[in-house]
Design a protein around this ligand. Structure first.
Ligand SMILES: [Zn+2]
Length: 256
């Protein structure tokens, strides 16, 4: 089996924000089936929000079809379909509840990404207990986040030790669509050991953005070994140093 550091990999994921919007969904499904650059794009899907009256049956049908075309992941918006970060309650509980709902309906997501790149200890515990690998860490600073907003900065896949003894495999997101297009076309190419490109399903409504994404993935697929996030998670990560989650998150340990 190839070692993670021996090959320069690239993976791609989509934050599926509006799976119930027929136009958005059709474009995402088509792109996922087309595998630009040879990428099996992971669908990180936001579960239906009953408080917003979202149709669970149609959602499940679409999630099952996405899972036939690439890895399936779980994307949480804590506050509402259009407000990703939490504004109250126990963020981990929300993830656990959604994860159980997905499992009870026969879905087996393998990946997680927190909406608005939100991650804290309660969420990390829930994600690890659901057996997911996490993609919430970013190697870049999302421009819209306020200084000091909780987020995890990581440049390469890592293992994070949790206070309860659990461990979380982190597969950080490294490139937005624009960053991926620039890096793919640059002379040097991307320098990250593992390139993880993400985009939003709604990007596909914009012709220019959709074209830039296809081009970026096609070029990256030639310059890197295109694999999918499940295969990346399954590579041996034994030699990746284990970091303490709280330290990695840049927060002070909670005062008892
Ligand atoms: Zn989102």
């Amino acid at each position: 089996m190839p070692h993670i550091s021996a090959t320069r990999y690239a993976v791609a994921s989509c934050h599926v924000e509006r799976p119930l919007d027929d136009r958005v969904w059709a474009r995402f499904a088509r792109l996922q089936a087309a595998r630009p650059g040879g990428f099996r794009i992971a669908a990180l899907m936001r579960p239906p929000d009953p408080a917003a009256g979202e149709d669970e049956l149609r959602w499940l049908e679409r999630a099952r079809s996405a899972a036939t075309r690439g890895p399936l992941g779980h994307h949480t918006h804590w506050t509402s379909p259009t407000h990703a970060r939490p504004t109250g309650g126990d963020p981990g509980e929300r993830v656990r509840g959604e994860g159980e709902w997905l499992r009870d309906r026969g879905l087996r997501p393998t990946l997680f990404c927190g909406g608005g790149w939100y991650l804290d200890e309660s969420v990390a515990r829930a994600v690890a207990s659901l057996g997911y690998a996490d993609c919430t860490a970013t190697s870049f600073r999302p421009p819209y986040l306020e200084a000091g907003a909780p987020r995890l900065a990581l440049g390469a896949p890592g293992r994070l030790a949790l206070a309860d003894g659990g461990e979380l495999l982190e597969l950080p997101t490294t490139h937005s669509l624009g960053m991926a297009a620039r890096a793919a076309l640059s002379i040097r190419g991307p320098t990250e050991p593992v390139v993880h490109v993400y985009f939003h399903d709604t990007d596909l409504l914009d012709r220019r953005r959709a074209a830039a994404l296809r081009l970026a993935l096609t070029v990256l697929g030639r310059r890197r070994t295109a694999i999918d996030l499940d295969k990346l998670a399954a590579l041996p990560h034994r030699d990746v140093p284990i970091q303490d989650f709280v330290v990695a998150l840049g927060q002070e340990p909670p005062v008892e």
